[in-house]
Design a protein around this ligand. Sequence first.
Ligand SMILES: Cc1cc2nc3c(=O)[nH]c(=O)nc-3n(C[C@H](O)[C@H](O)[C@H](O)COP(=O)(O)O)c2cc1C
Length: 210
Amino acid sequence: MTLLDLDPDQLLSTTRAVRKRLDFTRPVPDDTIRECVAMALQAPSGSNNVTMRFVVVRDEAKRRAVGDIYREVYAGYKASPGYAGKPTGDDARDAVQRRVASSADYLGEHMGDAPVLVLACNEGPNRQWAVAGMGNVIPATWSFMLAARARGLGTAWTSMHLARERDVAEILGLDYETLAQAVLTPVAYTKGTDFRPAGRPAPDEIIRWV
Ligand SMILES: Cc1cc2nc3c(=O)[nH]c(=O)nc-3n(C[C@H](O)[C@H](O)[C@H](O)COP(=O)(O)O)c2cc1C
């Protein structure tokens, strides 16, 4: 295991949604995925009950089928008022959002090209419980992404395939009723490992001191 030389704050502030800089040609070893899942499992869980599940999709036909669904759902999003690239009239924000949208558009076309797709899910005895357990799967998924970044891998948090969750369950042979899907991410080595902190509001803009 070789880790990038990043201190905790650098890791937290440079783990970006990576899309155009995913290297689809370089294989990702199973053991590296296992290491990331091991780190993810250090995340908290309600009652210390590990209900998170990571479905690792390597099979090319399945990856491409999931990628096709993602492409179709993405096309609907692109035509919707919520599309990140829609101009707002705020030139500075629009410039940033144009970059985000161009990057997201790229993933819309290429999700299925990633050597690995990881689908983070929560398991429960029925769908209601499976959904309630999202508080378990979401921190674990972010930990997975941080661990991936530390190993030179890129990820991008997406969830819009959930509009077709049943179709994805069928492609991957998952039980829709007991396995609630949460996050779909490509996993691939990044082209270069230099990523920068993103522009974000100053803390006092979002803190309420009471
Ligand atoms: C709940 C959630 C849903 C997201 N859905 C998508 C998505 O469907 N497609 C995509 O390309 N990125 C998606 N993203 C990634 C965001 O676009 C990205 O985090 C944001 O633009 C900030 O970029 P950064 O993570 O590189 O700082 C999502 C992120 C979150 C947290």
